[in-house]
Ligand binder design. Sequence first.
Ligand code: ATP
Ligand code: PRP
Length: 216
Amino acid sequence: MTTLTLALSKGRILDDSLPLLTAAGIAPTGDAERLLRLPSQNPDVSLLIIRATDVPTYVAYGAADLGIVGKDVLLEHGGDDFYEPLDLGIARCHLSVATRKDSPLVHGERPFKRRLRVATKYPNLARRHYAERGEQVEIIKLYGSMELAPLVGLADVIVDLVATGNTLRANGLVEVEKICDISSRLVLNKAATKLKHDALHGLVDRLRAAVETRRG
Ligand code: ATP
Ligand code: PRP
């Protein structure tokens, strides 16, 4: 029997994935809080619980045959290392440019000559976004709490995820531009789609059916 390894992003995506994993018969059966590798309800499928940003690496190198990861992380990773056959429709949010609500940038004014300073966890994605409009910007890479950067003068704008908008509002920031919608995707290792074709596509079909049932 072919065995499959599925890499899951821990945290929010893991929580939102559980109903889909259950419907597809591959819910974790061990302690998903502590174990990094654990069995699922299906003896032929094991699960890896890793940081969201590491999922593309595990799948690209074949340490996992498939993975569940946010489109934001895939866009930042770039390239065509894997197939992306299914939008799971979970962990929905969008990527936006935001600034202080009292900034002249809100009205499209630019009262300085230097490059725009952009703080973000997504340097590649942000650079690409501005390059597409012919603007060179100064990217300031941060690892969290992006909303602080414009408040303390570290950056003019942030490129970050927005869901309810509560974090922006609470920090006196406003969206000035939406870049794209984000949700979690299923990604497949390219070699596994050939070497483990039947097992892999069987699992993709079960997950697709679970997504369609959830959509109603
Ligand atoms: P890491 O610890 O690796 O930095 P993280 O802290 O960004 O990860 P989460 O906050 O759980 O981890 O986010 C994981 C994914 O969930 C993101 O890549 C994105 O696709 C999605 N996401 C992030 N914030 C939200 C949100 N507010 N609402 C819905 N989905 C979100
Ligand atoms: C994410 C994102 C925003 C917030 C947006 O942060 O980076 O800060 O969610 O959600 P909202 O629009 O519903 O307020 P997260 O909660 O993952 O914390 P983080 O800063 O650790 O990434």
